[in-house]
Design a protein around this ligand. Sequence first.
Ligand code: FAD
Length: 323
Amino acid sequence: MSGVYVVLEDRGGRISRISWEALAAANILAAQSGSKANAIVIGAQTEPLAQESASKAVAKVARIEHPLLAQYTSDGFRAALEQFIRAESPAYLVFPHSYQVRDYGPALAARLGRVLIGDVTAIGAGPVFIRSLMQGRLSGSYSSSGSGPCLVSVQSGAFRADAAETSPAEIATFTPTIDASQIRTKPGEPFRGTAQTVDLGSAQLIVAVGRGIKEADNLPLVQDLASALGAEIAASRPICDNGWLPIERQVGSSGQTVTPKLYLAVGISGAIQHLVGMKGSQCIVAINKDAEAPIFEVADYGIVGDLFEVVPALTEAIKSARQ
Ligand code: FAD
């Protein structure tokens, strides 16, 4: 058993963003044994996906290809990956924690007599895999024992997707044996978490507002700041629970996970359920009148002050700097 493989997912003909995050996680794992991760793409015509993958930080790319894999089915993907794993004996398999993986991952692990360590947020030496428990109140460390591959899925936003470009990697094709009678389901429309009018997950600049704003009538204050910056507006849960902003703007364990270049948190305390959704942001700026607020523990820059004074001043400063 050797080598780290990452399973990359097709999203409309391109590799999905969360797959690149999974690649970053796989490379953290591979670096512990001084190597680079290998990528796997699955489908019926995987050449373009394989080419896209081969330009990233991977040692080699395996195309698992079969006409019955043209559309995603749990049975097809599970059968194809099981055959590949039995043939190649990888030590670790890293997956994005996507809807697809939540569907076929546990079945694949069960077929291999292994468990899937799901929704991992960090990888430590050993390796140990860190997961949140009880809605983010506790963290657990897990390691793999026994023989057989270790299967891990990584949480969206937990790892940085900006994997370095590298020289083209070798591509090899693996053809599994799949019979149409093995596929027991017909694919429908891919599931989307919410009917989203905004994809906060790919926003580069976010201004997020919390209960410190006090009432809905005060929201234009932060909306002005967001539009001066050209940022998306997001919120903590109480703001969405109150119906002041739509649910798809909620960040956190029961909302979206975001990794923007800038996350500006206005009047947000930094409860753990909020932090798990934004702590992967590249630069976090917090405005809060309470110097002890937990948000300052993850903030790169903190402004201790009244948001009703700080936000209008900041908006004006941004507007005049942009003139
Ligand atoms: P508060 O915690 O009330 O914080 C308001 C902050 O504003 C305070 O720090 C205060 O000092 C500051 N403030 C007040 N007035 C001013 C002022 N004038 N100027 C500057 N600062 C000011 N929460 C989420 O956000 N996302 C989730 O996905 C989520 N999921 C959850 C799931 C479960 C199962 C549970 C139990 C909870 C969940 N929560 C979630 C709720 C979470 O626990 C917190 O209650 C919530 O994040 C708090 O929101 P907040 O920071 O806006 O409000």
